[in-house]
Design a protein around this ligand. Structure first.
Ligand code: NAP
Length: 282
């Protein structure tokens, strides 16, 4: 670092567990860009001051994570159309002194799915388990790929119905409770967007093994947004039934890759970024 170093970072609460600093600093090193990326613990009551600091301190941009993805929108000059539609911002770009908000979570998911499994959502039937914040971005990005239908099942049925009503503007979509999972037609892609199975609750699964046996087979692609652990119990159960599996690490890498590309205008070194996150997780 020297007097020309451009600062980037992530605002979150909590934030000390974040793997974004090791991933993005590796990306800057790899591409020879004089920049540095740090984790900033920003509490909700200081979010406005922190966002003003981006401009005051001449940052190149920041990522925003839990719990600020919605609240940060009121402090920005412009919000990209898709981020506005999703209702959440995870990346702020400083352009000509303006703070512009983007959402790279959903597009990061779709890009990692295509690059890692070759799965193209167009014309396919998709089942999303969960209807929280991550599900919203992923459902929106999948809906833009023109699938045949998206079905959403959630523990709290009202949230599934709300999200389905919204996604239904873009593609055929229905909302269900987890108890109704057996009534949903077979899907080509099944995505766990819930936190069931995430460290330290690694023995949890969003659905039971019996349902997996009835609905998952060699023709199914099964994906989990969780990347800690890298292979969840849900993905192990899917692999045991012959499915092609896809972990949440790729989504994390590619949401960061899009942020890097928006900030620098350069292609992100995704293989090096992935290697760095894998090393940090180990
Ligand atoms: P969120 O907004 O809090 O939503 C949590 C979702 O999980 C809700 O649908 C909730 O259902 C459901 N859920 C929680 N515990 C459950 C259980 N035991 N059984 C069944 N359903 C359960 O969280 P989020 O931000 O969407 O994050 C969800 C997951 O995605 C987390 O594991 C997170 O790490 C992961 N994620 C990964 C990436 C990535 O880059 N790979 C990015 C973002 C998020 P209710 O509505 O009934 O509460």
């Amino acid at each position: 670092m020297n007097s020309d170093t451009i600062m980037y970072g992530v605002f979150g609460d909590p934030v000390r567990h974040s793997k974004s600093p090791v991933m993005l600093n590796r990306a800057f090193r790899e591409t020879g860009i004089n920049a540095a990326y740090a984790a900033f613990h920003v509490t909700p009551d200081r979010l406005g001051e922190a966002v003003k600091g981006i401009r005051a301190l001449g940052f190149g941009g920041v990522n925003v994570t839990i719990p600020h993805k919605q609240a940060v929108m009121e402090w920005l000059d412009e919000i990209d159309e898709d981020a506005r539609a999703i209702g959440a911002v995870n990346t702020i770009v400083v352009r000509d002194g303006k703070l512009i908000g983007y959402n790279t979570d959903g597009i990061g998911y779709v890009r990692s799915l295509a690059e890692e499994t070759g799965f193209r959502p167009s014309g396919k039937r998709v089942l999303l388990i969960g209807a929280g914040g991550a599900a919203r971005g992923v459902a929106f990005a999948l809906a833009k790929e023109r699938p045949a239908a998206i079905h959403i099942a959630n523990r709290t049925k009202e949230r599934a119905l709300d999200l389905a009503a919204y996604i239904g503007r873009f593609t055929e979509c229905s909302g269900h409770s987890l108890a109704e999972l057996d009534d949903i037609p077979a899907a080509d892609l099944i995505v766990n967007t819930t936190s069931a199975g995430m460290h330290p609750n690694v023995d949890e699964m969003p659905v039971d093994e019996g349902w997996m046996t009835r609905h998952v087979g060699a023709g199914t692609t099964v994906s989990d947004l969780i990347y800690n652990p890298l292979t969840t119990r849900f993905l192990k159960a899917a692999a045991a039934r012959g499915a092609r599996t896809h972990s949440g690490l790729g989504m994390f890498v590619y949401q960061g890759a899009y942020a890097f590309e928006y900030w620098t205008g350069r292609p992100a070194p995704t293989a090096a970024m992935r290697e760095e996150v894998e090393r940090a997780l180990r």
